[in-house]
Design a binder for this molecule. Structure first.
Ligand code: SAH
Length: 399
């Protein structure tokens, strides 16, 4: 696999995005593929005129037919290439482990880190990897070995069970990949709190690492407030609010497993359980029931799952966001805070703000954006890959 004998030639004028260092080559831009390509194999990408553009990983059935590893004709895509790239990323992350006060971080964030399709999260020495496209899939054993060697971690667990693999024609695969078996619950520390993480069956790779900086923000805003935490998962925002001195928290999620882990996390931290109420319920229903009962809160957190993975689903997603934000505005006391997120790649920052503004208008509430929130610094956004930004949040104070 070290030397690519394969070539992919683009249609005339379709090299522009590649020259701007965007890593995706859509099938509609491809004129010809020369040679027998296996999925994930390295291909030489050429402009229509035959100029070298980059080395990419071939994805035969995906709409993204190649993802570019690098733009340097002289740098071969071999084990040394991946080792160099991983070393560079890990040395950047080293600083974050200290400044973020945690032993759990995203170590590799795909395209943004120059390794398209590869996600690696570290939970206190247990690495969890997702091989989301054919390129990293072809190198998965070598990548896992390098990761163990470079990090000194105990194990690499594979969670290649994300839906995007279907678009690549790859099967779902989960299980121990290298090293020792991780414990059923891996305990991590973050900003002075402790969380149990189920790397085998938890959401994503087990925990929402992307909200770390925002959990700290909630902690700093929660003192004395009565809080409603919607879509609480294993209690990240709930515990942060309690730790920050919230007078009460009502935490809602539809998943019994997530709520069970949230309650264990509360005990792990020896926080005062009498200040929390857990509710297993659909948030859309719970918000309506709270409105009908005339309940009011000083802070409401809305962190729903991805309603729109792509722009095509944005309209349906917009209805979902509008609905929960409108109800939340009605449940806030004057001066109350709405901390509202969208993790949908298909809903941009502008659209999200418009949806929230529309919800406030329909709820007959005036509000002001105090702060904009994003995914944490272990989920960086390459300037050439703006799609890397997916988590947007607003802190809105109502009049
Ligand atoms: N705020 C959490 C992450 C939330 S992830 C944290 O920081 O860790 C989204 C959560 O929404 C998941 O726990 C999922 O179980 C839950 N969920 C999805 N749809 C739901 C619905 N309609 N009602 C209630 N919970 C829902």
């Amino acid at each position: 696999m070290a030397v690519a004998m394969l070539e992919m030639r683009l249609k005339p004028g379709r090299e522009k995005s590649v020259l701007r260092r965007h890593p995706w080559v859509f099938s509609g831009a491809v004129a010809h593929v020369h040679g027998e390509h296996a999925a994930g194999e390295t291909t030489r990408l050429l402009s229509h005129a035959g100029e070298f553009l980059g080395w990419g990983a071939y994805s035969p059935i995906s709409q993204i037919q190649a993802r570019i590893w690098n733009w340097d004709a002289d740098e071969l895509i071999d084990e040394d290439f991946f080792c160099r790239r991983l070393r560079k990323i890990l040395s950047q992350r080293k600083l974050l482990f200290q400044s973020e006060c945690t032993d759990a971080l995203r170590l590799v964030y795909g395209e943004s880190d120059g390794l398209p399709g590869l996600i690696v999260d570290s939970y206190a020495g247990v690495l969890v990897a997702q091989f989301l496209s054919c390129g990293p899939e072809a190198w998965r054993i070598q990548l896992a070995q390098m990761l163990l060697e470079l990090t000194g971690a105990d194990s690499v667990y594979e969670r290649s069970d994300a839906d995007v693999r279907k678009l690549e024609g790859l099967p779902m695969r989960c299980g121990q990949l290298l090293g020792s078996d991780p414990p059923a619950v891996q305990v991590i520390q973050e900003s002075g709190l402790i969380y149990g993480v189920d790397v085998r069956a938890g959401h994503k790779t087990g925990f929402y690492l992307d909200q770390r900086t925002n959990r700290r923000r909630v902690r700093s805003l929660a003192a004395g407030r009565e809080v409603l935490d919607c879509f609480c998962y294993t209690g990240g925002f709930t515990l942060s609010a309690l730790d920050g001195g919230a007078s009460k928290v009502l935490a809602v999620d539809s998943s019994p497993d997530a709520l069970a882990q949230a309650q264990k996390n509360l005990l792990l931290n020896q926080l005062d359980g009498s200040r929390v109420e857990w509710l297993q319920e659909d948030v859309f229903k719970a918000l309506r029931a709270l409105r009908d009962r005339g309940r009011l809160f000083d802070m409401i957190i809305l962190d729903p799952p991805k309603f729109a993975p792509t722009a095509a689903q944005a309209q349906n997603a917009a209805r979902g966001y509008k609905d929960i934000n409108l109800l939340a505005f009605k449940l806030l006391r004057p001066g109350g805070l709405l901390v509202t997120y969208s993790c949908s790649g298909g809903v941009g920052e502008d659209l999200f703000q418009k949806i929230v503004a529309g919800a406030a208008l329909d709820a007959n509430v005036d509000g002001c954006i105090l702060e904009r929130l994003y995914q944490g610094p272990d989920h960086p956004v390459a300037l050439s890959f703006p799609e890397g930004l997916y988590l947007k949040g607003l802190v809105v104070q109502v009049a």
